[in-house]
Design a protein around this ligand. Sequence first.
Ligand code: C2E
Ligand code: CA
Ligand code: CA
Ligand code: CA
Length: 278
Amino acid sequence: AKQNGRAYFQFYVASIDQEIRDRKQLEKDLSQALTNHQFHLVYQPQINLETKRVIGAEALLRWEHPERGLVPPDYFIPVAESNGSIVEIGQWVLDQACWQAARWSDEGTPLRIAVNLSAVQLRQPSIVNDILETLARHNIPAGRLELEVTETSFMTNLSDAVEKLHRLNRAGISIAVDDFGTGYSSLTYLKQMPVQHLKIDKQFIRDLLVNEEDTRIANTIIDLGRSLNLSVVAEGVETAEQEYYLSQRGCKLAQGYYFSRPLPSKEFETFVKGFHQK
Ligand code: C2E
Ligand code: CA
Ligand code: CA
Ligand code: CA
């Protein structure tokens, strides 16, 4: 047993050591990703289930690592948040998304663009001005931009977050609560926050029609949205049955692989044209 314990201990130390080295390497690579043009955005259509129109797109970040290939954002965003580089990366995302929205507008398809805003970005004192300045630079009306924030954004400094979101709101930018129901949801936040949309996380949609608890959670969020006058967006819709259930239940907006995966801008444009011709 003692032998085993020792072997395990050495293995354990070695693997932690390896993990620390991996993480250091990842941080180093991440710090060069912007200058080396390794990021790009893909766009996932958001659909109005009643009118069958594409109302906008969520911009999602992709990192093409020269050796590792595509690194998933769920893997590198937390690293970028913990070392602060998300501030610079997030500004690049915003800039790129606004540039794209301006191109769509030029081509006669003015669509709303939704951008994920990290809690770390929202904590920056200059964030409101940075966002407004970016819109102005690309000549995008504020109503064309939606910011997706998670419940964690409200936790560290509620009054600071409320004040900033109010300023963004007054300028005309709409706010969505992302991953709603997965964090420390509190109805107090919802009451104080100037938000217009709730996004039902895909974890509740996946088994929507097979798991009764998920059905109840989705129903509750839809009803909550209705009573607070917030529009509800279902994320991760993959089947016709899910779409049918949600639209019958009164959820007006949806995104998911059933309609389209997140797409590069040109393919996104083709998708929108084809979808509207159907
Ligand atoms: P999220 O904001 O909750 O984004 C939704 C995720 O669900 C995306 O994963 C999207 O590709 C995926 N998805 C969409 N439809 C379906 C579906 O029908 N089925 C399934 N299984 N998945 C679907 P992605 O692109 O890998 O992004 C993961 C997370 O990374 C995002 O979750 C968001 O939290 C974060 N993220 C991505 N881009 C950015 C960014 O620019 N800034 C920040 N701060 N976070 C970002
Ligand atoms: Ca999102
Ligand atoms: Ca989500
Ligand atoms: Ca998320």
